[in-house]
Each structure stands twice: as C-alpha cells, then as structure tokens.
Design a protein around this ligand. Structure first.
Ligand code: CS2
Length: 500
C-alpha cells in the first residue's frame, strides 16, 4: 500500500487537506470567543462545539468562539494536543451503512487549564466578552448527595475551595469567583448553561451554585439567585471514546489529528430560551428553543441513558463489549424494549411533537449502529451517579404509581453482582471506573451474607430501601442471580412472567 505523507491538522494546513475533509466554512482568524466551556470531552466536541461551528458557518456571526476549560491535571493532555492543532479537530460522523463524514470543527478557539492558572480561567469567565459559561461536568460533577439532593459540603475539594477561593478545584469555586468579579465591576452575569444528562440540569446547577455561594458570601448568593439564568436543556448525541483505529483511519486519509472525536449522525439539543445576555441563534442549525424542557429531558434520560445502562450492565456481565453487540442479541433487544414500554413509558408525560413509539424504535436503531462500537466500559463508568440519575427515579416513580419494577430491579441486582465480583459471568475481569467504586464494592461484597446489603448504602438507596415492595423484589432478584449468574436466564424469566 502506498504511504501518503500526512498533513498535520492546524490552521495553516486547512487548505491543503484532502477533499474528504470538510473544513470550517468561515475565516477562523476572525473568530472571537463569547462562550467559556468547562469539560471539553468528546461529548462537548461532538455537540455544542459542532452546533456552534455550524452556526458560525451559516450565519457569518463569528463572535461565538468557545474557550475550552479543563480544571484538572487530567485535562493537560487535551490542552496540549489541541493547542498544537490550533484547537482544530476532526468530527468523524459514522453512519450505519459504513460511510463516514470527516468534519473539521473550528469553533474552539482557546483552552485554559485551571489547575495551572486558576486566575486566567476566573478572569476569562469574568470578562465582559463572556456571555455564556457552559458545562459538561458529568452527573457526579454537580456534587449533590444523591439521596438528599443537597450540595455535598463534606467533599474535601469543596472544603479546600471554601478555604482557598482564588485557587479553586471545582467548577463552583470558579463560577463564584468570576461572578463576584463581574458584580464588583458592574458587569452583568453570564448565563450558566448545563449540557449534562441530569434531569433539570439548569435547576440543579442553580441550586448547587447558590448553596455553595451562600457559604462564601450570602449577598453574592442573593445576586446570583436574582440575576443569573440557568436554562435547562436536553442534549443528545452518542459519542463513543476515541480509539487508535480512529486516528489510524485519518492517517490513511493523509491527516494527522491527535484527538479526533467520533459520533453517530443523530443529534438533538432542546434548550429553554432564557439567557441572561445574548446567545447564538443555534435554532438556525437545528437546536430547538422551548419554554419547558422537562418532558423532553425526562424522556431522553429515562429511555436513552437508562437504556444504555440496561445494555451496559447486563451486557458486561454477559461478556459483551459494545452497545451494538448487546442490542443485536434478540433477547437483549426484547428485554430493553420491554423495559422501555412497561417500566418507563407509563411514567413519562406526553412530549409535544414526538411519538414515543417511534422515538423508542429509533433509539434501538441508534444503539444498533454497528460502526459506533460504543464500549460498555464507557457506558458503565460512573455507574453509581448514572443509575441514581437514570434508573432509581424510575423505580421510585413506578412504586408511587403501582407500576412495574422487575426490569429495573434486575439491573440493580446485576450491578450489585458486577460491583461485588468485578468479573463477568465467565470470570473475565471488568474495568470499573467509578468515583464510588470502593464504597459500592464494600456494601455489595456483603451480599452473600445479607442479600440486601447494597441497599444499606444510604447515599443511593435511602429512599427506595423504605419500600418493602422494592426490597422484596430486589432480594429475590439478587438471590436468584447469585445462585445462577446468567443474566439472559433472568431476563427471559421476566419476559416470560409478563406474558402470564
Ligand atoms: C451514555 C451517554 O454515558 C452514558 O451513560 O448514556 O453518554 C449517552 O451516550 C449520551 O447521553 C447520548 O446523548
């Protein structure tokens, strides 16, 4: 095979890239930044940065560049790789038929690393040019106690931040420091825009920030309460972790990109239209602005994200590695659809413009895209925070409505087995990346002595553990699963029992 010379991805080389690469349709040298984004992972780069790139190309309004922010040392690699590429990267959109679009995204215009230079981040957020601070900080990043929903002041990083307000570690410290400066300088506050899969993500961000700000300066907290806007939003695009194969694919096309992002063609962004200052007209490129995002976000989180957890946990125990592999197994697909129809649909409100049956079928098709290869290790990372957000509230809603809880309960029992044994049902080790992994393991590993030991983990189960219906259902599932750790057998039993 002929080896093509590779062109490094950067501003100077944009015109020289092969025709297979779609380059930004605007002059990047004219881009100025009005958005600061905390958490420049794959999802931000396939979603908000993608929408903003498209918006700048369509509208010619180049004032909406994004200054990326990483807070931790772990973000250093992203900063240095992006910096070397003038913050350009390739978004590889993978279609189910095997075709790919390679779109160079140009909306990221800078990257600051908080742990190296907190002042630079605070000043950038406090600058008059900054209109929006957006966040992809993951479910756990909101720092609330899942059982109480209150801000967790026991977190050592929060204790540190309260004592060291000019060198914070967590996003709340940065936001408070920047808003304080804006207030002192008579600059109106930015909008805080959450892009995480947390139900009422804007409301949660608001509640947590106000709790933290109250501990710093109650007058400032009052000002934030009355002046800062936190639109809720539903965000959606499946974005698997980038692999060496993705880099190699671009190299074969002759392009050297050290950190491309891959994603599915589908994307959706539904946002409440309440911004403190100006905002990009993302509606020109497919975003939807609504007055109340609640029904959309509930539908998405409880069906898509919970559906991922169903496949992720059961699939991992079964020995599968990716979402498409799991959902292509007819029993897994049937079980997933049963969970969606019987345990989730009855607790959702009608969603304007969306036929739930079609939405669910599309989800299963999206999961089955054989080119996405979304790893179950990614899906199962931070399971504790994800299940608290995507799955436990569904059990709670069903208990309140006398609905069905068998499928979701099997997932919790399977997660207990997963967290206790840390191997799949063939004995192969599972990679567990979860901030609560040790705590969960400590409780889960008592299961063979006390079947419901995991439910003693109050931070997650304080409320469900008071339901005797749930405790009995869980006990039955966990005992049966530990006796015969074959998830398919238990999935089949649930499907069979629903036919009676
Ligand atoms: C996934 C999400 O991490 C997860 O659990 O369910 O990352 C999911 O792929 C996105 O929310 C899709 O929009």
């Amino acid at each position: 095979m002929q080896i093509k010379p590779k062109i490094l991805l950067n501003n100077a080389n944009l015109a020289a890239l092969p025709d297979s690469m779609i380059v930004p349709g605007y002059d990047r040298t004219k881009v100025t930044s009005s958005i600061v984004h905390v958490g420049v992972g794959g999802f931000h780069r396939s979603h908000e940065a993608f929408y903003t790139d498209d918006y700048m190309a369509k509208s010619g309004d180049l004032s909406w560049g994004i200054c990326g922010v990483g807070l931790r040392d772990a973000d250093r690699k992203m900063k240095s790789l992006l910096e070397a590429q003038d913050y350009l990267y390739t978004l590889i959109v993978k279609h189910p038929d095997g075709t790919r679009e390679n779109k160079i995204i140009g909306s990221l215009s800078d990257f600051l690393l908080g742990c190296d230079d907190p002042e630079a981040v605070i000043n950038k957020m406090a600058s008059e040019d900054t209109k929006i601070v957006s966040l992809t900080i993951t479910e756990g990043g909101y720092n609330f106690n899942p059982a109480t929903g209150e801000f967790d002041f026991t977190n050592p990083d929060v204790i540190y931040d309260l004592a060291n307000p000019s060198t914070p570690r967590l996003v709340f410290g940065y936001l408070v420091a920047a808003l304080k400066l804006r207030r002192e300088n008579g600059v109106p506050p930015f909008t805080i825009q959450s892009c995480d899969n947390v139900q009422h993500n804007g409301d949660v961000a608001r509640k947590m920030l106000i709790a933290y700000a109250t501990a710093v300066d109650s007058e400032l907290a009052q000002w934030i309460k009355s002046e800062v806007s936190f639109p809720n939003a539903m965000v959606d695009r499946i974005t698997p972790a980038t692999t060496a194969e993705d880099l190699a694919y671009l190299q074969q096309l002759g392009v050297q990109d050290e950190w491309p992002v891959t994603c599915e063609p589908f994307h959706q962004w539904i946002i409440e239209d309440k911004f403190t200052l100006a905002r990009p007209q993302w509606e020109l490129v497919g975003a939807q602005f609504v007055t109340d995002v609640t029904p959309y976000e509930k539908m998405k989180i409880r069906l898509l994200n919970a559906g991922h957890s169903v496949l992720g946990i059961l699939g991992s125990l079964h020995g599968f590695e990716t979402i498409d592999e799991s959902v292509q197994d007819p029993l897994f697909a049937k079980f997933l659809r049963h969970f969606m129809d019987v345990e989730v649909t009855p607790i959702l409100s009608p969603v304007a413009g969306i036929k739930l049956d079609d939405y669910k079928s599309t989800l299963i098709e999206r999961f089955a895209n054989p080119n996405i290869k979304d790893g179950l290790a990614r899906i199962c990372s931070e399971n504790a925070a994800k299940l608290s957000t995507f799955m436990l509230p569904t059990i709670g809603d069903n208990l309140a409505k006398k609905g069905h809880i068998q499928c979701a309960t099997l997932i919790i029992a399977a997660w207990c087995y997963y967290s206790d044994k840390r191997v799949d049902q063939h004995g192969k080790a599972l990679v567990i990346a979860d901030a609560m992994a040790k705590e969960v393991h400590d409780f889960a590993s008592q299961t063979s002595m006390r079947a419901t030991a995991l439910l003693e983990l109050d931070a997650l189960f304080a409320s469900l553990a008071s339901s005797s219906e749930f405790v009995t259902a869980y006990k039955n599932q966990v005992v049966a699963l530990y006796k015969a750790p074959d998830v398919k057998h238990h999935m089949q039993l649930i499907l069979d029992s629903s036919l009676c």
